[in-house]
Design a protein around this ligand. Structure first.
Ligand code: BGC
Length: 311
């Protein structure tokens, strides 16, 4: 087993292609490639853009230390090569990247849990050059939220939906009637004068050796702050901490209902791919393959027909 395969096998939440292939309806599938660059791991997979299910094996490697742009770009390239061995990656497929920082038009503006050399760089260009594809970068929690709001735990919700990813850091994705308000960075609000993330992320819980119940009590205080500012109608919990929700579910308190991310730890990959597909429409026509355009038209027509029969 090579390093990536070992890393993947060791990562218990791995949803495998074969699990999902069964759940995916037959018919033409529109695929996207999603990459999630996190403080601890980098993951990628081909995604069925209609369902959000994984269409290929999900490949994971540890985030290099230090997580410099060069090292991360190299790791992403290795991961994509391995994904491509599982299922050929179509040319000009939409490729999305989620990363843990503020991203504006591809440019990384902050880097709390990754190497500071990222700040000021254009992630679309850095990763795009490494994998020789057009890449669309966004904040990782925004990506996770997009997947959940479109296809997952928030798909039937209107109003204000707040996605929180709790893992190495705390990320937030805010949606109003399905539209993203990007780069909210609510993991960095202060609770009792301290940055919430440094006290209440999954990594902080481990560092502080907090029992789940104690962590939940502090996290409730954080939630109360967020609710006082935003009054969400639904809170979706994702990130590493959401994998073990049974350990603390009973202790969580909030005004809005809290649900666990449907795509669990893969929401970030799924949302990054969806976002890239959204942007393909903005690309010059010659960079969109005829096959992709045909598949897109087909999928849109099928969706419209479906809507007609269900209304
Ligand atoms: C970053 C966010 C990110 C979150 C989760 C925070 O430290 O500032 O941009 O979404 O971690 O990765």
């Amino acid at each position: 087993m090579d390093q990536a395969a070992q890393a993947q096998a060791a990562d218990g939440d791995g949803a495998h292609a074969s699990d999902h292939a069964r759940a995916t309806p037959a018919g033409p599938r529109l695929l996207g490639l999603g990459i999630d660059f996190g403080g601890t791991g980098i993951k990628a997979a081909l995604i069925d853009l209609g369902t959000g299910e994984l269409a290929s094996k999900r490949v994971r490697m540890n985030t290099p230390r230090p997580s410099t742009p060069e090292a991360v770009a190299q790791t992403v390239a290795k991961i994509i090569t391995i994904v491509g061995r599982d299922l050929r990656i179509p040319d000009n497929i939409p490729v999305g990247l989620g990363l843990p920082g503020v991203v504006k038009h591809g440019q990384v503006m902050t880097a709390a849990n990754i190497d500071k050399a990222w700040v000021g760089l254009n992630a679309d260009e850095v990763i795009g050059a490494a994998i020789e594809r057009r890449v669309f970068a966004m904040n990782d929690a925004d990506a996770a939220g997009l997947a959940e709001v479109r296809l997952g735990a928030g798909r039937d919700s209107t109003g204000t939906v707040l996605m929180l990813t709790v893992g190495t850091g705390i990320g937030s994705g805010l949606f109003v009637d399905g539209r993203l308000v990007p780069n909210t960075e609510l993991g960095h609000i202060e609770v009792n004068g301290r940055d919430a993330e440094t006290r209440m992320s999954g990594a902080a819980r481990e560092r502080r050796r907090l029992r789940w119940k104690t962590w939940a009590t502090e996290f409730n205080e954080y939630l109360a702050h967020l609710e006082a500012y935003l009054w969400p109608d639904l809170i979706i919990l994702g990130g590493g901490v959401s994998k073990v929700v049974d350990k603390y579910r009973e202790s969580l308190k909030s005004r809005a209902p809290i649900v666990v991310a449907h795509f669990r730890n893969t929401s970030g990959i799924v949302g990054a791919a969806l976002n890239a597909a959204d942007h393909v429409g903005d690309l010059p026509a010659e960079t969109v393959t005829e096959q992709f355009a045909a598949d897109l038209a087909h999928a849109q027509a099928a969706e419209a027909a479906q809507a007609l029969t269900t209304t």
